[in-house]
Write a protein that binds this ligand. Structure first.
Ligand code: HEC
Length: 98
């Protein structure tokens, strides 16, 4: 967190444009992300990514934190996910936030 602020702002603007123009694509990403989540993350981060005391709540986690976490640290295992998988996961985790 806190690194590369201009890029983050750019990504947010791009995200807003994607939501406006490509609602259907966004929904596909979210569904794909949910299946990746269920296959890989649900045991520790729980049913709705709310965490369980050891694994944190990751609903709406920032992109940078998610990408960093995929390298593994402490009790968080490493995952080899493609950029597209990470984007889909992010879309799913952000859909849980509201
Ligand atoms: C074996 C249990 C386990 C699994 C499986 C797991 N995690 Fe974690 N995860 C953890 C733990 C424990 C931490 C906290 C590590 C710490 O802070 O010491 C963590 C931390 C994180 C963080 C960091 C949150 C932050 O605020 O920086 C993210 C993001 C995350 N996990 C995402 C995922 C995703 C996405 C998956 C599936 C691809 C996943 N995790 C699978 C246990 C797990």
């Amino acid at each position: 967190m806190g690194i590369s602020v201009p890029r983050t702002r750019h990504a947010t603007a791009l995200g807003a444009i994607l939501v406006l123009c490509c609602g259907a694509a966004q929904a596909d990403d979210t569904a794909q992300g949910e299946s990746i989540y269920r296959d890989n993350c649900i045991d520790c981060h729980m049913e709705h990514a709310e965490g369980d005391g050891m694994a944190p709540d990751i609903r709406g986690v920032p992109r940078n934190s998610l990408r960093r976490a995929m390298g593994g640290f402490d009790a968080m295992p490493e995952f080899e996910l493609s950029k597209g998988d990470v984007a889909e996961l992010l879309s799913y985790l952000h859909s849980l936030k509201d």
